[in-house]
Design a protein around this ligand. Structure first.
Ligand SMILES: C[S@@+](CC[C@H](N)C(=O)[O-])C[C@H]1O[C@@H](n2cnc3c(N)ncnc32)[C@H](O)[C@@H]1O
Length: 259
């Protein structure tokens, strides 16, 4: 039942005429149920299972008081970012600053400036505008990242060569990881292990390539999340290792991110 509630928490899709008509009929019959448009992962960017995962992870870091801001690397028109912001402001906890990073250079299906649509999406959904850092990750990272991060979403795939995508995910991880608070959640969109869950479409194999290599010698492991026919992974930041100061750790990570 809880997940049914979450599935209808982001009611932003315009209903088709058929669904609007069916809902008028349901209302006229005095029924409380409503139909919603099925998600289309090309436009909505996530499926229902991925949304449910994001809800649980964002609300978990808020409710358990993990310190830090929220960041999304690869926001496009803000479909996921708007969900993160809604949870951020609806959970009854002090909201965190939300920082978004994108070049806004990939239009996907749009014929309007991507950033305009992003800002419009926040306005029409009644959500506070996030802090937007426009530019390639080479230009914005790491200087524009907050020092402390409680929740991070890395979602920078748009097809193309898995090796160059892996290098980009590696760059994002190198800068984000040292800033994560203990207990922070780092969500990796499109993290897939086809041999363990063949139903999922492995749209961006570079994500797993980069993440598995990055975490091979770190205390955390990437956990594969159930995401239906989509893919997603999460990492929870472990406590600092004894004898290693966070400062030394961060500068080492930054050097590795550049390499
Ligand atoms: C799949 S989309 C993100 C979808 C978004 N999270 C949502 O829910 O709407 C991937 C985004 O990553 C961005 N991106 C890819 N490479 C980038 C880079 N090197 N620097 C900045 N942004 C980049 C693209 O511009 C694109 O908007």
């Amino acid at each position: 039942m809880h997940n049914t509630y979450i599935a209808t928490l982001f009611p932003w899709n315009t209903p088709s005429r058929k669904i609007a008509l069916a809902n008028r009929l349901l209302r006229a019959l005095g029924m409380r149920s409503r139909l919603v448009e099925p998600l289309d992962s090309w436009h909505d960017m996530t499926n229902q299972e991925q949304r449910i995962n994001i809800y649980h992870l964002v609300s978990q870091v808020l409710r358990s008081g993990v310190p830090g801001a929220f960041v999304e690397l690869g926001c496009f028109v803000g479909e996921t970012a708007a969900m993160i912001q809604k949870i951020n402001h609806d959970e009854g906890q002090p909201p965190r600053p939300l920082h978004l990073y994108d070049s806004f250079a990939v239009p996907f299906y749009l014929n309007r400036p991507v950033r305009d649509v992003l800002e419009e999406n926040f306005r029409t959904r009644g959500l506070p505008l996030p802090v937007i850092h426009a530019g390639t990750f080479d230009e914005t990272l790491p200087d524009a990242l907050p020092d402390t991060i409680a929740f991070a979403h890395i979602d920078c795939g748009f097809g193309g060569d898995p090796e160059s995508h892996a290098a980009m995910v590696r760059q994002c991880l190198g800068h984000v990881y040292p800033r994560l608070s203990t207990g922070a959640a780092l969500v990796l969109m499109d993290y897939a292990i086809p041999e363990r869950w063949p139903r999922a479409v492995d749209v961006n194999p570079g994500v797993r390539r980069a993440a598995d290599a990055f975490f091979a010698d770190r205390p955390e492991a990437v956990r594969l999340l159930y995401a239906g026919e989509g893919s997603q992974g999460v990492v929870f930041k472990a406590s600092p290792r004894p004898g290693m100061s966070p400062g030394r750790d961060a500068s080492q990570e930054a050097r590795q991110a550049e390499g």
